[in-house]
Design a protein around this ligand. Structure first.
Ligand code: GDP
Ligand code: MG
Length: 602
């Protein structure tokens, strides 16, 4: 396939507008997968993706399609890259777009343009991609394609006549999609006569083949047996296998200019495969491709083995998983309360959740995670600056006077039906937000931009927003600069002992409320024990909230030693079960749920 017979495109949309379903239909239409293979959202391979119905990893598939082009039937090679819609994974989206010349912008005909539609449109627009609007789900009774056309025109200046109307469910209008891809999206621009330049898009570890890299051949071509080098590391490899995703790995022995496919080299670990790296023939020298912006870690949290002994197992599980998710940063840390563990950086809270779930499901690791924190900057009178990724690492009485605290902010885009404007404004000001923009995208929908402290949106902002707008608001954000802020470290003390893993950093104005909530949560989740337990929240030496958990009375225990054997056994079993998920901090047993519940306080 010469590159003028190749089209590389991706599907972008707000979550749930039908990207993955549309991808399924296109794969069926081209015979790439069989119709009714019984597994919808074919490209969502991970268990988390199937359970949550969301796409986490971008996936690529190559399809072949015959189209009457300039008067004669011509075979085309089409590479489709399905992308995640959720804000945490916009990093995956921008990566996918780097290998594309065009994008299908899918919009739900009933819901219309949503916050991530806006974010994804601008990602595509800034990468100079041809955008084809696809108004999907026109089979729904509440579909209003004309309104969506107006929104596309007013928000993005897209010509309403260019919009395709589809139902990925009933198949209506789907026959127009691939012809539009072929006729409107330009072929990849690379030169087949230039030396090889290949963009490394993604990598993962396969039990049998080792490291598999997804690549886009920008210039030149590659053949099995070729010797290639990495522009980033200078290391050289031999191509042991090369092919396309059709949609499973299909060896072809060769990839030409403009193609997207996979290569297997002797790489031992995915750490060698730097996403965004340029690969070239070892014998030639090339100008590296622009690559990608590095992933920004927005949220940090400590991960500890749920029972102290299996640190090594957790270490192994994290190593394996980061092979398939290079966007997580990992450093070792230790906590007085929890022992040896890891400090991990995530792209957002959903990313963090997904990482936990994958650790448990794919690698059978059981973890306790600490309260998530955002990266603060603390400045001291001697001029030193510290980036704080772990509140516990802040000294209670530092050597030098604290001169400034800075916290990261984001610019949030929120789209909502106009009747919810008041509620959303109240929420945003409660979260210390500053309104930057307020307008209407049509007669019924409002559009707002807010600057918000990152800390305020990582904890439960999205759920709150959904609940006050009956699920009708959509939300997206991009990182913005740091701003000065009055921050304090909030300690939690059990029987007078600070528990380092429970320390958080909060805005001073919020400390009393957060302290009270944390103490109440802990009281609820810690079981009464043989002795009295005091639970306190403190700023420095000042106690701001306090609760006492009274000791178990003797006669409660006595029941365990009664004559009823089955009851006794049940109790013992229950205790055993409970033990697995307990963490002993000082002399107090804390169930894993307590740590989990603390995540939700903010
Ligand atoms: P994604 O998050 O954008 O990948 O969306 P999915 O493809 O996972 O689809 C979200 C939901 O919308 C699924 O339940 C689909 O079955 C449903 N869906 C997708 N396309 C259509 C459509 O054209 N009509 C209707 N009625 N439902 C659709
Ligand atoms: Mg999807």
């Amino acid at each position: 396939y010469p590159s003028d017979k190749i089209r590389n495109f991706s599907i972008i949309a707000h979550v749930d507008h039908g990207k993955s379903t549309l991808a399924d239909r296109l794969l069926e239409l081209t015979g790439t997968i069989k119709k009714g293979h019984g597994q919808p959202q074919y490209l969502d391979k991970l268990q988390v993706e199937r359970e949550r119905g969301i796409t986490v990893k971008a996936q690529t598939a190559t399809m072949f399609h015959t189209h009457n082009f300039l008067g004669s039937d011509t075979n085309f090679l089409l590479n489709l890259i399905d992308t995640p819609g959720h804000v945490d994974f916009s990093y995956e989206v921008s990566r996918s777009l780097a290998a594309c010349q065009g994008a299908l912008l899918v919009v739900d005909a009933a819901q219309g343009v949503q916050a991530q539609t806006v974010a994804n449109f601008y990602l595509a627009f800034e990468s100079n991609l041809t955008v084809i609007p696809v108004i999907n789900k026109i089979d729904q009774p509440t579909a209003d394609p004309d309104r969506v056309k107006e929104q596309l025109k007013s928000m993005f200046d897209l010509d309403p006549n260019d919009a395709l109307l589809t139902s990925a469910k009933t198949g209506l209008g789907l026959e127009k999609v691939l012809p539009a891809v072929i006729e409107r999206i330009p072929p990849p621009p690379g030169k087949c006569t230039s030396p090889l330049r290949m963009l490394l898009l993604d990598s993962y570890y396969d039990e049998y083949k080792g490291v598999i890299c997804h690549v886009a051949v920008v210039d030149g071509s590659i053949t099995k047996g070729d010797k290639i080098s990495s522009a980033a590391t200078g290391r050289s490899y031999e191509i042991l296998d090369v092919g396309i995703m059709h949609p499973e790995l299909t060896p072809t022995g060769i990839l030409l200019t403009g193609q997207v496919g996979y290569i297997v080299t002797g790489m031992r670990s995915t750490k060698e495969a730097r996403i965004g790296d340029t690969l070239h023939h070892s014998r030639s020298h090339v100008e590296p491709l622009p690559g990608f912006k590095a992933a920004k870690h927005m949220v940090f949290s400590g991960l500890y083995p749920a029972d102290g002994s299996d640190f090594e197992a957790l270490n192994h599980a994290i190593e394996r998983l980061t092979c398939n998710d290079a966007s997580v940063s990992v450093t070792k840390e230790s906590s007085q309360a929890l022992g040896m563990g890891f400090r991990c950086g995530f792209l957002g809270l959903l990313h963090m959740d997904v990482f936990h779930q994958r650790l448990e499901q794919e690698h059978e690791a059981h973890v306790i995670s600490t309260v998530p924190t955002v990266p603060y900057i603390f400045e001291y009178s001697d001029g030193s600056k510290v980036i704080v990724q772990n509140p516990a690492s802040l000294p209670s009485d530092p050597k030098h006077r604290l001169t400034a605290c800075m916290e990261p902010t984001v610019i949030a885009t929120i789209i909502m039906p106009s009747e919810y404007v008041g509620a959303v404004i109240t929420l945003c000001s409660d979260r210390r937000g500053e309104q930057l923009e307020y307008s209407f995208i049509d007669s019924q929908r409002a559009f707002m931009k807010y600057r918000l402290p990152l800390r305020e949106i990582v904890v439960d902002f999205y759920n709150e927003l959904k609940s006050i707008t009956s699920g009708y608001a959509s939300f997206d954000y991009e990182e913005a600069e740091y701003q000065a802020s009055d921050l304090v470290k909030l300690d939690i003390l059990l029987n007078g002992q600070p528990v380092d893993a429970m320390a958080t950093i909060v805005h001073r104005s919020k400390a009393p409320r957060v302290g009270r909530e944390l103490v109440d949560k802990l009281k609820k989740f810690i079981d009464r024990q043989m002795f009295e337990i005091t639970i306190q929240a403190a700023i420095g030496s000042k106690i701001i909230a306090r609760e006492t958990l009274s000791a178990l009375r003797k006669n409660v225990l006595a029941k365990c030693y009664g004559g009823d054997v089955t009851r006794k056994r049940k109790l013992l079993e229950k205790q055993k079960e409970g033990k697995k998920r307990m963490k002993r901090v000082g002399s107090v047993d804390i169930p894993q749920e307590a740590f989990h519940e603390l995540l939700k306080v903010g």
